[in-house]
Design a protein around this ligand. Structure first.
Ligand code: MN
Length: 335
């Protein structure tokens, strides 16, 4: 019988419960259909979001790149799409911020470091800085291909640092990253319990599924979402990046089409932990722009019952470029 650690940090239980691995990332053809259909019908159900997945590279699951019925008709030249993004990352009640975030016109990322005071901040900062160093300015083709390369490089950098500084071995980080290709395909790479959401026409859909013990218990039918809310293991992860080659097999990739007017949210568990989904949705709907949305949501999480660092990235899909710089926040900006 394995003993699960319930301390918040370190909270990694990596690669240790094979039964909990396997298809767990929900985005799929059914999900995209549910998003589009649900918006049309005004009846997007939670179960639609949990539709089963399809197989992809790496043994992970992948949302097929489907043309959106909301997009332009075939043959119409598609304007190049960009992200207009803002980030807010705060330590909350903790003495330091081990989250990192990244915004640009083409790439977003949130990383939540684990592994103690130094290790956690180092891990998230290394991964986010590695992504920033890629200086991704334009992506043509499948955005998950670019993501796969970038995530592998970031993980490798963490491995190199661990080899040089063995005291840091054991540090790890979640990573949820999104890349927008010029033709409007959004790729997502995901490992851990940071999250990506899509707000479209007032409806909020979770695009990632947590690699966590409680999510696995929910999937197995042994825990309800309400019970998970207060479960002592809710911070225990099943997968994260540690700088080891075998981490990459647990990273999940998805790609789907976005349209101008869509609003994306990437966040660490410091946001979705204390805040139920409805105030998150309402905040995204009411905020005039990504900057005010990110600030409002981070403040709301801290005011609710934050016990953790809070990182929020909000990005609008636009048909013109409003950002020219890559910005990093949190540990990646501080160390
Ligand atoms: Mn966290």
């Amino acid at each position: 019988m394995r003993t699960l650690r319930t301390a918040e940090k370190p909270r990694i239980l990596q690669h240790e419960i094979p039964a909990f691995r396997g298809p767990s990332f929900s985005p799929s053809a059914q999900l995209l259909a549910a998003i589009v259909q649900g918006i049309r019908d005004g009846e997007l159900e939670e179960d639609d979001v949990n539709a089963s997945s399809t197989k992809s590279r790496n043994g992970a699951t992948e949302l097929p790149d489907l043309g959106s019925p909301l997009g332009p008709p075939a043959g119409t030249p598609t304007p190049q799409l960009f992200l207009s993004a803002a980030a807010r990352s705060v330590a909350g009640p903790r003495p330091d911020n081990q989250d990192s975030g990244l915004t640009s016109a083409t790439l977003l990322a949130v990383a939540d470091g684990v592994g103690g005071h130094v290790g956690g901040a180092t891990a998230s900062a290394l991964v986010v800085r590695s992504l920033a160093d890629g200086r991704l300015t334009r992506v043509d083709g499948d955005p998950t291909v670019a993501l796969e390369r970038m995530v592998a490089a970031a993980n490798q950098r963490m491995g190199d640092v661990c080899a040089e500084m063995p005291g840091l071995t054991g540090m790890a980080t979640t990573l949820t990253a999104a890349v927008l290709s010029g033709d409007g395909r959004l790729g997502i790479a995901h490992i851990g319990d940071s999250r990506a959401y899509l707000l479209r026409r007032g409806r909020l859909v979770t695009l990632t599924r947590d690699h966590s013990v409680v999510q696995a218990m929910i999937d197995a039918g042994s825990l309800t979402a309400d019970q998970a809310w207060t479960h002592p293991w809710r911070a225990v992860l099943l997968a994260a990046l540690h700088g080891r080659d075998d981490d990459l097999a647990a990273v999940e990739f998805a790609a789907f089409r976005v349209v101008p007017g869509d609003r994306l949210l990437l966040c660490s568990d410091g946001l979705w932990g204390p805040l139920p989904e409805e105030p998150i949705r309402a905040g995204l709907v009411t905020a005039a722009d990504p900057t005010s949305a990110a600030r409002m949501l981070a403040d709301a999480a801290v005011a609710a019952r934050a016990t953790d660092n809070v990182t929020v990235i909000v990005a609008d899909v636009c048909d013109r470029m409003t950002m020219t710089a890559i910005s990093v926040v949190g540990a990646a900006a501080a160390i």
